[in-house]
Design a binder for this molecule. Sequence first.
Ligand SMILES: [Zn+2]
Length: 317
Amino acid sequence: MHAQDRRALPAVSGIVGIDIGGTKISGLVVDDRGEVLARGSVPAPASEGGEAMADAAAALASALADRAGTPLAAVGVGAAGVIDQETGTVRAASATFVGWAGFPLADELESRLGVRVRVENDVNAFLLGEAAGAADVEGDVLGVMLGTGVGGAVIIDGALRHGPNGAAGEIGHTPGYSDLVCTCGQVGHLETLASGTSIGRRYAERTGGAAPDAREVAERARAGDADAAAVFHAAGRALALACASAATLLDLPRAIVGGGVAEAWDLLEPAIAETLRTDAPVSGLPLIILPAELGGDAVARGAIEAARRALVPAGAL
Ligand SMILES: [Zn+2]
């Protein structure tokens, strides 16, 4: 199927996209042209366990379908954690999500809502949403999410690459970028320089005092603070090196970078450009590293796309 053919296919109305994060659960419903019919969010009860999270997500999905005036047909979910693709169960998750690892999220939502549910890792959903939004449905692209941590995803021939353990694309935990201890306990990972948390910490190490958040460091950099600028330069260089390594390995022409840190693209971009000049993929073809375009909607839109691909019978496409 050609990209143009697939792009011309109608989206399936009635699929609600849900983005389950550590602080909030958000969602949206779009029409066949991709226009948002309804959106909303609720606080995520991540400390109360999987049942409470499923209750909140299911209630939001129902409310959004009602508000959009469409019968609920299916639900796509982008959720934090390593997700088992076959079952929609959370395999592993950070400690801030109580009772999340091992939680059969898809089954629990299906029993609450009475419709099919497709669960995808949130960074995978982010990349699927961005790629679909750019009408790039057959391409090869790397996704990097610079948030509290650093996540990654890979699309090859238009399809997400999950890997046998559902952990493909975890670029944040590739080594060699620093001598610092990562949140995972290992040393030198990309995340030690490029996550929002790390940017605050690296700045505090240079200047003393408590670690500000990445947004504050960005404001200081723009105001002429050399330490703040140096922290973003190091983040941009490490990000570009990681993208160049992945691109070289898999012949990826493009990387899309999202998450809160990517909002400081003006501060990352000079180091990215400089690094790509010295460390370009051996193919000789330019690697393009771009900031994400869909903002906070990317995960939910990608979740809708994941559900559409997985749940709609092939004959209906
Ligand atoms: Zn790590």
